[in-house]
Design a binder for this molecule. Structure first.
Ligand code: FE2
Ligand code: FE2
Length: 291
């Protein structure tokens, strides 16, 4: 794995195969992805609408076609788990993820590609103690990031070669939605602190169904991708993100769906300085004698 090599990641989210998936967009994505020549594709959850076999099968086929042209990493969203199989985890954790795991083999996947390491974290637990809030509507919708997850990711990134881009992928949005103004994660202040400590260069998330690009505390870039279902927030066009990471910065470019033309077109780009190793100026012979 080479460090400081530019990396391009197609960031998709919330495909929601089932009643609300927009197949015109899915088909357009399939033909567009090879042209983007990305280093990897990341899908940040909600592949299905109701965690049904048919929905997962359609999602599985889509990911298979994606993998024919690019490496891909997939994490589950709140719609992908059968939380009712084990409310509050009382019947064990395995039952609610069993169906998802028939089609996607890992809840916490990891992917190494030239110039980057991508780590998937699990934020979707359904009705679970860590995700509970005082708002009844949030039940089974909100997620949380346990300390065990952020600690695990921190170790993964610490073991990566210096300069390699560290990309953290999970489902629930960590910045407030543009229109919804809502956080996807319960106890997000604690999550922010721990996310900053993971050493990630960028977080890829979704769940809000509205695209976003921002930073946590001016230090950690966040790409929020939209949805390719009809459940777009505020009737706005669907958007996915193209995330480019070079030695200096993380660039998040939105690609907007134009339904009349049946294509995605490049839209706004936001750039955030990357922390990474300090840039050391080396003086050349005779250039700086320090007299
Ligand atoms: Fe969703
Ligand atoms: Fe979601």
């Amino acid at each position: 794995m080479t460090s400081n090599q530019p990396v391009t990641i197609v960031h998709l989210s919330d495909l929601h195969f089932g009643a609300f998936a927009d197949l015109k967009q899915i088909e357009a994505l399939e033909s567009f992805l090879p042209k983007l020549a990305a280093t990897a594709v990341a899908v940040s959850g909600d592949l299905s609408q109701r965690a049904r076999h048919g929905e997962f099968q359609a999602a599985h086929l889509f990911i298979k076609r994606v993998r024919a042209v690019s490496s891909a990493l997939v994490v589950p969203g709140n719609h992908d788990i059968e939380w009712w199989e084990s409310p509050l985890g009382l019947l064990g954790e395995k039952r609610k993820y069993a169906k998802y795991l028939r089609y996607f083999s890992d809840l916490r996947p990891m992917l190494e590609v030239p110039g980057a390491v991508l780590a998937g974290a699990l934020s979707s637990y359904g009705v679970a103690f860590g995700s509970l809030t005082l708002r009844l509507r949030d039940l089974a919708v909100k997620g949380h990031l346990p300390r065990s997850e952020t600690n695990r990711v921190q170790k993964t990134f610490a073991a990566a070669p210096p300069g390699v881009a560290k990309v953290l992928v999970f489902h629930h949005n960590v910045l407030a939605g543009g229109l919804s103004r809502r956080m996807g994660l319960a106890r997000w202040r604690s999550a922010h602190k721990r996310l900053l400590a993971t050493g990630a260069d960028v977080i890829l998330c979704g769940h809000d169904h509205q695209e976003g690009a921002g930073q946590i505390q001016g230090a950690l870039a966040v790409s929020t991708s939209g949805t390719h279902s009809s459940r777009v927030r505020g009737g706005r066009p669907s958007v996915f993100n193209l995330v480019k990471i070079d030695a200096q910065a993380v660039h998040i470019q939105h690609f907007r769906w134009v339904s009349n033309d049946r294509q995605f077109i490049p839209s706004d780009t936001f750039s955030f300085a990357r922390k990474g190793p300090p840039q050391v100026a080396v003086s050349v012979a005779g250039g700086d004698q320090g007299l």
